[in-house]
Structure formats: C-alpha cells, structure tokens
Design a protein around this ligand. Structure first.
Ligand code: 13P
Length: 311
C-alpha cells in the first residue's frame, strides 16, 4: 500500500462506492471499531447481518462471525479482513467429533454457543449467545434434556443460573481461561473500590468472585449505568475502548493473565485484523466467506430460531 494513500479515507470511499457496511466486534483494535458502521457483540452482529441493506458485509471479527453473517445473508458478499482469524473455542469443537458425541444423547436438544463453525451449527437445534443464553434455555420445557456446547465455563454458569442439568461439551476460549486468580486478588487489594466484571466464558472462580457477569454488551452497559468509578475487566481487552469512550472519567483495568510476559489479554485471532487488511479486503472484495449450501440450509435454522426468540 502506497504511503500516499489515506487508508481511512479510502475505506470510507470504497464503502460508499460498493454499498458496503463494516461491522466490528468489540474485541477489534480501536481503529477498526472507530471506522465501523456498527460495533456490537455476537448477537447484535448476527441481528445486523440479517437486516442490512448493504451489498457487501465486511465482518471485522473472527471467521465464525463472518460465517454467521453469510448463513443469514447468502445473497450478499461477506468479507473478512483475514481468513486466519479463527477462534479457539470453535476449534475446540470439531464437527465430526461433535456429531459422534451427539449420537450418545439422541433425546437431547442440542444448544450451541454461537462460537462454532457452520458445520457444528448445522448439527444444532438452537444457537445462543452469551446475551440471550439464559432466556433461551429457560424457554425450553424443563423435561427436555439439553446437550450444550462448546464452552464448558459458560455451560456451567448457565446450569447454575437456570437450575438445568446439561450434558456439556468440554471446550473453552483460551483468552478467558488465562486470567490469573492470584493476580486479580492482588489487583483488587490495590484497588479495593474497583468492581470485578467478567464474561461468562471465564472459569468458575472468577465468576463467583465477580461483582457482575455478562456478555460484552452487558458488561459495557453495566459500566455505563453503574455508579462505580473503577472496574477490573475480565474479558478480551478490546472492549475497554468502548467502555472508556462511553465513560471517559471512569477507570478500566484489564484483568491480568497468568503469563505476565504477554502483558495483555488480547485474542490473537481478533487482533489479526488491521486497518490495512480492511482496506485491502474492501478494495479486492477478498477474502470472501463461503458456506456450502447444504450446510447453510441446516445451519440457518438454529440461528434463525435464536433470532426469532431474541427479537
Ligand atoms: P459476546 O460478543 O457474545 O459477548 O461473546 C464474546 C466472544 O466470545 C466473541 O468471540
């Protein structure tokens, strides 16, 4: 890319010229969040993807988010800035293994978290996100057994909140699993007034210790509306950008990970996306997300079921 190009201006120009929309997840780098037409959590991104009038959706997030958008809007071109932006949680649940696992529980309703591949969604009865999971599980008749996957931490948390025994797939998100309990306790001692807020993908001790547990959108809302002035935030650090934007006078401290050499809690997949890659993807309309039609037709049903309940 030539130095003479103003990438931000070019992105805005290309967006107009091609009737494209940029949707970004809260875990994206600040510059991408700032240039996006829409920034949201997994549920809001899926809702927007199903409603947009744009011809091209550039999904700045990880690959399964692009797949979800494509499944919902097959007639649109869906671009992702970097095809390698995968997801450790989705990777922890290969479709062939999940299909085998599911065979052991033929009477169970299969409820899957949105962080899965299209192939796993195609094996599911209903999809949930961390924003709507409690409501959706509570809407399932109590005598209906449930198989939940792939996040065991979210699954455990939901079992506690809903009082439902569920069969759980043993998967997890590497970012949310890496927080250090010792370091958070030490941080809380240093900042006794700070509230600990955590995403339900964190391990149980963090969720027990937290003052508030919620999806990225719920955590953001909490920090905007709560009278607390400082927060220790146990989720991917990208969300701090919106928190700080909405509450410039409050203090946000990223929860410390186990490995102090990494010094942050960034998802390396989310952070593969850069402004340059957004520009190149819009310019060349590449890389494009493709979902095989037979898989899409199965995968769209559990996603649509979720959207119908969540609307
Ligand atoms: P939400 O956006 O639903 O809070 O989930 C976070 C996440 O795991 C994204 O990969």
């Amino acid at each position: 890319i030539s130095d003479k190009i103003d990438i931000k201006e070019e992105i805005i120009r290309l967006k107009k010229e091609k009737n494209a929309i940029i949707m970004a997840h809260y875990y994206q780098i600040n510059e991408i969040q700032d240039i996006a037409d829409f920034v949201g959590d997994s549920l809001a991104l899926a809702q927007q993807a199903s409603q947009t009038k744009a011809d091209i959706i550039l999904l700045a997030g990880v690959y399964f988010m692009g797949e979800t958008a494509k499944i919902l809007s097959p007639e649109k071109k869906v671009l992702v800035p970097d095809l390698n932006a995968g997801c450790s949680l989705a990777n922890s649940c290969p479709a062939e293994d999940f299909a085998q696992f599911k065979k052991n529980y033929p009477d169970h309703m299969v409820v899957t978290y949105v962080n899965t591949t299209a192939d796993v969604k195609a094996l599911s009865d209903i999809v949930v996100t961390s924003t709507n999971a409690v409501g959706i599980i509570n809407s399932i008749p109590r005598d209906q057994p449930i198989l939940f996957g792939p996040d065991r931490n979210l699954g455990n948390y939901l079992q506690g909140l809903t009082g439902r025994e569920m069969v759980l797939w043993d998967g997890a998100c590497h970012v949310h699993e890496q927080f250090s309990l010792e370091k958070i306790v030490a941080l809380k001692k240093e900042h006794p007034d700070a509230q600990i807020i955590a995403h339900p993908e964190c391990k149980k001790p963090f969720l027990i210790m937290a003052d508030y547990v919620g999806s990225t959108a719920a955590l953001l809302k909490y920090t905007r509306e709560n009278s607390g002035q400082s927060f220790i935030v146990a989720t991917e650090a990208g969300i701090l950008h919106q928190m700080q934007k909405f509450s410039p006078d409050k203090v946000f401290i990223p929860a410390p990970p186990n490995d102090s050499t990494c010094g942050c809690n960034d998802c390396e997949f989310m952070k593969l996306n850069t402004l340059q890659k957004v520009y190149l993807a819009l310019k060349h309309e590449y890389p494009e997300v493709k979902v095989e039609e037979s898989i899409r037709l199965e995968a769209v049903k559990p996603i649509q079921r979720m959207l119908d309940i969540s609307s």
